[in-house]
Design a protein around this ligand. Sequence first.
Ligand SMILES: *Cc1c(COP(=O)(O)O)cnc(C)c1O
Length: 420
Amino acid sequence: MSHFSIKNGVMHAESVSLQRIAEQFGTPAYVYSRAALTAALAEFQDVLNAHPVGAGALVCYAVKANSNLAVLNLFARLGAGFDIVSGGELERVLAAGADPRKVVFSGVGKTAAEMQRALEAGIFCFNIESAAELERLNAVAGAAGKKAPISFRVNPNVDPKTHPYISTGLKEAKFGIAYDDALVLYQRAAALPNIAVAGIDCHIGSQLLDPAPFVEALDRILALVDQLAASGIRIHHIDLGGGLGIKYQEGQVQPTVASYLNPLLDKLAGRGVQVVLEPGRRLVGNAGLLLTKVEFLKPGEGKSFAIIDAAMNDLMRPALYEAWHDILPVVRRSGEVRAYDVVGPVCETGDFLGQARPLCIEAGDLLAVMSAGAYGMAMASNYNTRPRAAEVMVDGDQVFEIRRRETVAELYAGEQVLPA
Ligand SMILES: *Cc1c(COP(=O)(O)O)cnc(C)c1O
């Protein structure tokens, strides 16, 4: 069920009309639905709770998909843990009330300072992505008088058949360690004084709509777990990463969480390992939209443009990955439908949110760019000195501003001209 729907001819987020939100908070604005966020997490929790292997599993929301404090706080309250990729994200989840014992730390370039802070906070696990990182963590933990829990991110070398920019589990990826190096690296880790081997992890890519590559990856990981056991190294948790896709286009079908998870949980039966998951997009993607206003229409012979007040700096995915987002009018009108390229004011030809979209619109109309809750605001920039959009969260018939719109003065507040 979508939490964004048409009521009396006007698109609503839960019970609040998007027209009202635009009047109150201006555009462009990201609009999230609390109920949609809650339902997306519950879909994971329900499948896990219903499966004997799922009890005690840890769902670590991948913060990078949408790191607003209100979103993090909501998930923390619902019992989720977090997958972080920087010291900044660690501070965010702590500020949002996360339990540090439910935090896993991924990323290929962890600094000594980031490691130190994470050790001090007492996180659940460091997901190690190289031999050099292991040695650094051992040294940092030793200096802090601590033992660091680790897991290696192993590349199972499975093709997720997704966009190359979001495919991460292949041999050629910068992420993780090579499958064939894993045994030797685990032996090294087991011998280090300030390291405690805790788990194994993988993350093969993003926006996967076919669950088959996940199963293939788990088979490869389990073969490794057996090899490790044979050499006396016990794995306490298996972290299957994130990557489950969402529906971006009307008519597309997204796999259910059950169809993704149950085959994986079945394979883990009897192994006595804890399951860890790192979903990002799936928890937030369809719980948010980008609300924008049409500034001008520019009809043409070849192409017609709808110039809107949101741009690639607000939502980068179409420019970066040629990603598709449905673009819907907030109020349906009747009249001539034209194919518009929906573009922003940024000085780049790649600045489009959609191309050749059949729309019946006039200047001043509101549009909703759908499925924008993941990798939307989180990837937004200030390119062209554009203040980042406001973010609001709807809860039933209430709206809360969870990040106010930036001011232009804030954008250059840290800058300094040379002395006269
Ligand atoms: C990005 C990322 C995720 C989340 O990916 P989604 O496709 O958003 O689910 C999980 N784990 C790691 C290590 C990541 O880099």
